[in-house]
Design a protein around this ligand. Structure first.
Ligand SMILES: *[C@@H]1O[C@H](CO)[C@@H](O)[C@H](O)[C@H]1NC(C)=O
Ligand SMILES: *[C@@H]1O[C@H](CO)[C@@H](O)[C@H](O)[C@H]1NC(C)=O
Ligand SMILES: [Zn+2]
Length: 391
């Protein structure tokens, strides 16, 4: 109980509490705690893995409090064995970027129009919390947006190679997977470009527009997808775009997906996470933050080459710690994973996980900055996916 009360005061300190919030009632939260529109059992027990420690069982409420304190973790309740075959995987090497003409052709077609329109809508849901009704609605909106873009942008013969699926989760908000089938029938390598669709407030029942975290990554990779299919992109490898649910719940969605791929012995050759791509802190110069801890170093070097070859801005190395975004799930499964972010971790957006993670909070929120990350995603898809002639 003590920890519960401590958390309630913490939550009150960090955000304005709406009038109807049970937090205003100065009582401990009991097992029947309920807020309309949310399906959370705060007393349910979860298995949580933090850096360098054996996994520990804790309640959902303790897990929320742990996150609010800034600690990072995997919630491994549903995927305790993720990575059990990781040691069997052979080390991949990555090429020197050389598809210059094809990449530059697609880069020319990128625009901030779609990202602006899409993010205005996506950040207008009260919250995209993975256990909320609006989290489910935002996911349905995103799925329908993606399929409209496929229909409107991909030539018909390419549409036959594209599949969009919902990867179901027990909590209601599903992950979304879009795949452009490659032409290589034998080795069937998979290239994954990803972002997380859910948002959260430090106290999950409060509003969480999540414009930067990770609405920005969500629309960044969607714009890359739109531009690629508009150009009739025909990869050799399978190229997939993933929008994960429940990153904020301890990487739940990406772990479930990675577990499924691992169980099927899928040959994931590279994964690139885009989580927060919009913020340029006042007084700093515009850069791409390349995360160097808990990532594949070869793939990370490859990303640096892509930035040098195709972006208008330089990269800067930075670190974000253990289990800090969905690339960590792929890394745990033994697949080459990487993560790029809006700036150094220190200069990144400090409004996240609050009601202020909004587009209009400051002119530090930049759609042209986001577009540089769409360029990176396009280059990643073409340089690693290959490009055959269209039929
Ligand atoms: C790039 O290099 C690879 C070999 O690493 C080759 O297979 C491919 O055809 C080259 N692509 C272009 C566009 O030159
Ligand atoms: C994509 O490729 C897989 C084999 O990897 C095949 O089973 C599937 O039918 C293909 N889908 C489409 C839409 O071509
Ligand atoms: Zn995030």
């Amino acid at each position: 109980m003590k920890s519960i009360l401590a958390f309630v005061s913490l939550a009150c300190a960090v955000a304005a509490i709406p009038a109807q919030s049970p937090l205003l009632v100065n009582e401990p939260i009991d097992a029947d705690f309920h807020v309309d529109g949310f399906d959370i059992d705060l007393s349910s027990r979860r298995l949580v893995q933090m850096e360098g420690q054996p996994p520990v069982w804790m309640t959902e409420l303790d897990k929320i409090e742990t996150k609010a304190q800034g600690l990072k973790f995997f919630d491994i309740t549903d995927a305790p064995d993720l990575g059990s075959s990781a040691r069997l995987r052979v080390q991949q090497s990555f090429p020197t970027p050389n598809a210059t003409e094809q990449v530059k052709g697609v880069l020319k077609t990128l625009s901030t129009d779609g990202p602006i329109e899409n993010l205005e809508k996506f950040s207008s849901f009260r919250t995209r919390y993975y256990r909320s009704d609006t989290g489910r609605q935002s996911q349905q909106w995103l799925a329908s947006k993606i399929s409209k873009i496929t229909e409107a942008s991909a030539p018909e013969s390419l549409q036959n190679l594209i599949t969009q699926t919902e990867f179901s989760h027990s909590w209601g908000q599903n992950s979304i997977i879009v795949r452009i089938n490659g032409s290589a029938p034998v080795d069937e390598g998979i290239v994954i470009i990803s972002a997380h669709q859910d948002s959260t407030n430090m106290w999950p029942f409060l509003p969480a527009p999540g414009a930067d975290d990770d609405g920005s990554g969500t629309v960044t990779i969607l714009e890359a997808y739109r531009a690629l299919i508009t150009s009739d992109f025909r990869p050799v490898q399978h190229v997939e775009f993933h929008w994960y649910s429940a990153e904020e719940g301890g990487l739940l969605g990406s772990q479930a997906v990675a577990k499924d791929y691992e169980a099927r012995s899928a040959n994931v050759i590279a994964q690139s996470q885009f989580d927060m791509t919009a913020w340029v802190k006042r007084g700093t110069k515009e850069e791409v933050g390349i995360i160097t801890d808990y990532v594949d170093s070869g793939l990370t070097d490859f990303n640096k080459k892509l930035v040098d070859s195709y972006l208008e801005i330089p990269y800067v190395e930075t670190k974000c710690g253990y289990a800090c975004s969905d690339h960590a799930s792929w890394g745990k499964a033994g697949y080459p994973s990487s993560f790029t972010i809006e700036s150094t971790f220190e200069n990144s957006n400090k409004n996240i996980h609050s009601a202020n993670d909004r587009i209009d909070v400051s002119d530090e929120f930049s759609f042209t900055h986001m577009l540089e990350f769409s360029k990176l995603a396009v280059a990643f898809a073409i340089e690693l996916g290959g490009w055959t002639k269209s039929d």
